[in-house]
Design a protein around this ligand. Structure first.
Ligand code: NAP
Length: 312
């Protein structure tokens, strides 16, 4: 049983690396799987200005490199592999990647969430250069600018309202006339003089100017199929998030949208020995600092749980 790890961490965003730092310093010799997007969502943003301890801001990818370094400093073993299957019914737990099989007494899930995107080529290319999927992260980079928010749910309304703190105008682009958002959120936007509406419109393409940043978008009228070009400084895609929890369907309790359920005030999932932290279990805050906080909680929960098992 010598190949059985005390704890395996799945995910390499702020939650995963923080869990690794704490688990490594507790001498649990964690093995961390980075997955397909090492560093997580922060690697698709540019400057991070709201993470405490970086008064001048920091680039998202750079910050995640520092998280990684700190986790490695205390002996975290890091694998660039994706876990594709977790057997939660056996003890120790069995985790499979494309190449190998691993066993662990405890598992920390920090697989995060992914912002849903429109699926446009330009959207990927201009991410961090005028395209964003997070107003809280990037809104402050658009002072006195004109921006678009795509979506008709509460996220879109909330982000649009938030962006009016910085932007000159915020236009909500929504493919229908009816909203999924709650009435009160829509009304708040309707009463905000900085917010304009482009209803029955879909973003068909996004174009950069000579400076490589977003300059115009092509909007499609979803009723007439006519197109128009509209100038804008930024495109905020707010069409929802998807927690990366598919691996655990039918194995761990999750809510109807796939967020893993944890016992309130802890990171305990529905299976003892499996802990969840960060965005995969949080549809409310979704911030790097809250993810790091719950990553710390997961490592402490796992450590105490392992300790109790050893004395059981
Ligand atoms: P959501 O409710 O699923 O809304 C997503 C919106 O994006 C919908 O209007 C949808 O249009 C649109 N959309 C989806 N895919 C699209 C695409 N490919 N192209 C264009 N538009 C697309 O997601 P959400 O707004 O992120 O909210 C998720 C949950 O969190 C909800 O339960 C919400 O109430 C909650 N939430 C609450 C608050 C709050 O209360 N403060 C804030 C944020 C989120 P259609 O309507 O046409 O499908």
């Amino acid at each position: 049983m010598s190949d059985v790890r005390e704890v395996i961490i799945i995910g390499s965003g702020p939650a995963g690396y923080t869990a690794a730092i704490y688990a490594a310093r507790a001498n649990l010799k964690p093995l961390l799987f980075q997955g397909m997007q090492p560093g997580g969502q922060l690697t698709i943003t540019t400057d991070v200005e709201n993470y405490p301890g970086y008064p001048k801001g920091v680039l998202g990818p750079e910050m995640m490199e520092q998280f990684k370094e700190q986790a490695e400093r205390f002996g975290t073993e890091i694998q660039f592999e994706e876990i594709i299957e977790v057997d939660t019914s056996t003890r120790p737990f069995v985790l499979k990647s494309d190449f190998n099989e691993y066993r662990a007494k405890a598992v920390i899930i920090a697989t995060g969430a992914s912002a849903k995107l429109l699926g446009l080529e330009a959207e990927k290319k201009l991410m961090g250069h005028g395209v964003s999927a997070c107003a809280t992260c990037d809104g402050a980079f658009f002072p006195e600018k004109d921006v678009l928010v795509v979506g008709g749910g509460d996220s879109a309304m909330e982000e649009a309202n938030y962006l009016t703190r910085f932007a000159n105008t915020v236009t909500i682009v929504h493919r229908r006339e009816e909203f999924r958002a709650s009435k009160i959120m829509v009304e708040r936007c309707q009463n905000n003089p900085k917010i304009k509406w482009a209803l029955n419109r879909a973003v068909k393409d996004i174009h950069a100017g000579e400076d490589g940043k977003v300059a115009t978008v092509t909007l499609l009228d979803t009723q007439t199929e006519a197109t128009e070009t509209v100038e804008t400084d930024g495109v905020f895609v707010a069409i929802g998030h998807k927690p990366n929890s598919d691996l655990f369907k039918g194995k761990l309790e999750m809510d109807e949208t796939g967020y893993l359920k944890v016992q309130p005030g802890s990171t305990y999932t529905s299976v003892p020995g499996i802990f969840a932290c960060g965005d995969v279990a949080d549809h409310v805050y979704r911030q790097a600092v809250t993810a790091a906080g719950t990553g710390c909680m997961a490592a402490i929960d796992a450590e105490r749980w392992l300790e109790n098992q050893a004395h059981a």
